[in-house]
Design a protein around this ligand. Structure first.
Ligand SMILES: CC(C)(COP(=O)(O)OP(=O)(O)OC[C@H]1O[C@@H](n2cnc3c(N)ncnc32)[C@H](O)[C@@H]1OP(=O)(O)O)[C@@H](O)C(=O)NCCC(=O)NCCS
Length: 239
C-alpha cells in the first residue's frame, strides 16, 4: 500500500514549490522496478548496504512519481540527469512539447533518512532535507553553527535536540539548493534574525511549519521552512 502523500505547505510560501514524501513500505508492491531507469538500477545494485539500497530506491521512486504527476508524464519517462556536483537536474529538453511543458524549468531536490524520502520541485533554486531525529553528539551543533548564530538557536526550537535538527536540515537544504553540497561547510552559512520565529500564519499552518532565513557565503538570503513530525525533521529552502 502506498504511503506517499503531498506534503501540505503553508499557504504563504511560493505556490510553485511542491513536495512529496514517501516511506519504505512504498517499495513493497514492487512497482519501483518499472519506474527506475537502467542507470538507476545499476546505481541501486552498486550499494552493498541493503538499507542504503532501499533508501536510494525510495528516493528515486518518490521523485519520479512527484515529477510524473506534476509534468503529466509516466514517472519512468521523467528525464532526470545528475550534474557533476551531484545535484539532480530535470532535463528541460526532454519535457518540452509534452503536456506539462510549462513546468520544464523546474528545479528539483531529493533527500532520504531513516524510513522516509522526500522530493521537492519549484521554479527557483531550492533544496530539501529530512533527518531522522536520533541522539547525536553535542559537538555536531558546534560543527554546523557559527558562534554568531548561537543566540538565535532558542528562537528556532525549545530543546537543543530540536535546535540541532532544525539547523542541520535548514542548512543542508540550502547547501543542496545552491548545489555546493559539502564543499561549503555548514558553519559558513548563517541563520539570520529575519523571521526565525513563526508568524501567526505559520503557527496555524499545516504541520506547524516555522520560518527561517539563511545567508549563504555569497551573501544571498535563502528562505526556509522546517517542521518536526514523528521523529523526523524536514526543511525546504529556496533562494
Ligand atoms: C548533498 C549532500 C548534502 C547530501 O546529504 P546526505 O545527508 O548524505 O543525503 P540526503 O538524503 O540528505 O540527500 C541525498 C541526495 O542529495 C542529492 N545530492 C547529492 N549531491 C548534491 C549536491 N551537490 N547538490 C544538491 N543535491 C545533491 C542527491 O539526489 C542525493 O540522493 P541520491 O544519492 O539518492 O540521488 C551531501 O553531499 C553532503 O554534503 N552531506 C553532508 C552535509 C553536512 O555536513 N551536513 C551536516 C549538517 S548541515
Amino acid at each position: 500500500m502506498s504511503t506517499q502523500f503531498d506534503v501540505a505547505l503553508p499557504r504563504d510560501i511560493p505556490a510553485d514549490i511542491q513536495v512529496l514524501s514517501g516511506s519504505l513500505s512504498d517499495l513493497d508492491d514492487g512497482s519501483w522496478v518499472d519506474v527506475l531507469t537502467h542507470e538507476e538500477h545499476d546505481r541501486r545494485a552498486s550499494f552493498r548496504n541493503e538499507a542504503r539500497r532501499r533508501l536510494f530506491t525510495l528516493g528515486r521512486l518518490v521523485l519520479r512519481q512527484h515529477l510524473g504527476e506534476r509534468l503529466d508524464l509516466d514517472p519512468a519517462q521523467v528525464p532526470i540527469s545528475i550534474h557533476e556536483s551531484g545535484r539532480l537536474v530535470l532535463d528541460a529538453g526532454g519535457v518540452r512539447g509534452r503536456p506539462g511543458a510549462q513546468s520544464s524549468h523546474l528545479q528539483i531536490s531529493l533527500a532520504h533518512s531513516g524510513e522516509r524520502a522526500i522530493a521537492a520541485s519549484g521554479n527557483r533554486p531550492l533544496g530539501v532535507d529530512i533527518e531522522i531525529m536520533k541522539p547525536r553528539t553535542e559537538r555536531l551543533l558546534d560543527y554546523i553553527t557559527h558562534a554568531d548564530e548561537r543566540p538565535l538557536l532558542g528562537l528556532l526550537a525549545p530543546t537543543a535536540h530540536e535546535q540541532l535538527h532544525a539547523v542541520w536540515t535548514i542548512k543542508e537544504a540550502v547547501l543542496k539548493g545552491s548545489g555546493t553540497g559539502l564543499r561549503t561547510g555548514p558553519r559558513h552559512l548563517r541563520i539570520t534574525a529575519r523571521n526565525p520565529v513563526p508568524t501567526a500564519a505559520m503557527a496555524t499552518s499545516p504541520k506547524n511549519w516555522r520560518l527561517a532565513a539563511v545567508q549563504d557565503t555569497g551573501g544571498q538570503t535563502w528562505n526556509g521552512i522546517y517542521h518536526f513530525s514523528d521523529d523526523y525533521a524536514v526543511a525546504v529552502a529556496w533562494g
